[in-house]
Design a protein around this ligand. Structure first.
Ligand code: GLY
Length: 340
């Protein structure tokens, strides 16, 4: 078992990585927790035994269920079971489950402890770590979007049981590799050369280092969004037919194309992005067919006001990956045109 510490003063916690890690869950529960509300989905492969009496609540699959209505439903479940502020919520699943369970925990009685049991690769290397929780605001009258309503609410501990990956569908593994490829460019680490437990623990460590220095994304944490600006636009434009990690893979090579267009990196560095994302990580790097470039640029700009002032991206450059604002829409369009 590998333990990675996320150091955040009085909100510090451990992330346990290894086969059978879920058997250590009870040790991560806050002292004094008498009962647990286990929030999960149908079909999650892990048998979770928190070591205290618990009730189990299932939420639906898919982005359509990542809503305030689901949080309200969970809070009604918490009320019915009499969950107190000294009890604990346990989120068991992928990023969607831990985001929703975390937000419900942050809201219930203005904050009850939460422990995450990540069962997907994306959850283990990204979503369950760092305390971002939240739900989508459905688009009504052109207003709304992904993860717009939420809270920073750090878990008391996280379990990454590698046994859960044995039955993970290949597409879900691909999505996890998209986020791992991102870490490759943030650190230069050769993650693929590591054995699986060390590789996942290293990703957790990278994220823990970033989060502990910038919990609320005032600066460096924004670098974790490398490849994500186009990725979010593709997810929205395809109504999530392209999944998050798949879209991040395309967004990483797009960010390289844009950085080259802006004179920040050379052709060889762009080629490295293709070699790593498309080659080593075996991910599709081409734009899905049929997407309107103007619509993608508009989505990347969030609104016309931002668009007229230029767009903001995380881009590679002579000093490494950094946040770059004021990117002209024409440059964003030219980089899209350069995508195969
Ligand atoms: N997934 C990016 C972050 O947690 O900041």
């Amino acid at each position: 078992m590998i333990t990675v510490r996320v150091p955040l003063d009085d909100r510090s916690y451990d992330v346990l990585v290894g086969h059978g890690a879920v058997n250590e869950l009870a040790a991560l529960l806050p002292v004094g927790a008498r009962r647990a509300a286990v929030v999960t989905q149908a079909g999650i492969p892990l048998d979770v035994q928190p070591g205290v009496p618990f009730e189990r609540f299932e939420i639906g699959h898919g982005e359509a269920h990542k809503t305030l209505a689901t949080v309200e439903s969970l809070c009604r479940d918490f009320a019915a079971m009499g969950l107190t502020r000294s009890d604990v919520v346990i989120g068991v699943g992928g990023g969607m489950v831990t985001d929703v369970a975390g937000f419900a925990a942050a809201s219930w009685h203005r904050g009850v402890a939460v422990v995450h049991v990540a069962t997907t690769l994306v959850g283990m290397v990204d979503a369950a770590i760092g305390g971002k929780t939240g739900v989508n605001l459905p688009v009504v009258g052109g207003v709304g979007g992904k993860n717009l309503v939420g809270a920073y609410w750090q878990p008391s501990g996280v379990v990454c049981d590698l046994d859960a990956l044995a039955t993970l569908p290949p597409r879900e593994l691909r999505c996890g590799r998209g986020e791992m490829a991102k870490y490759h460019f943030l650190t230069g680490d050769d993650l693929l050369s590591m054995p699986e437990p060390e590789r996942i623990a290293r990703c957790v460590q990278i994220k823990a280092d970033v989060v502990s220095g910038d919990e609320r994304e005032g600066g460096r944490r924004a670098l974790l969004n490398y490849g994500h600006t186009l990725a979010h636009a593709i997810e929205t434009a395809t109504d999530h037919a392209v999944a998050h990690g798949e879209a991040v893979a395309i967004g990483l090579v797009y960010a390289a194309q844009l950085a080259r267009h802006l004179g920040r990196i050379d052709d060889a560095r762009v080629q490295q992005h293709y070699d790593v994302v498309g080659g080593a990580y075996e991910l599709d790097t081409s734009l899905p067919p049929g997407l309107d470039p103007q619509a993608l640029v508009a989505l990347m700009g969030l609104d016309k006001k931002v668009l007229s002032a230029g767009l903001t991206f995380v881009l590679d450059g002579p000093d490494g990956v950094e946040v770059v604002s004021g990117v002209p829409a024409e440059a964003a369009l030219a980089a899209l045109a350069a995508m195969p």
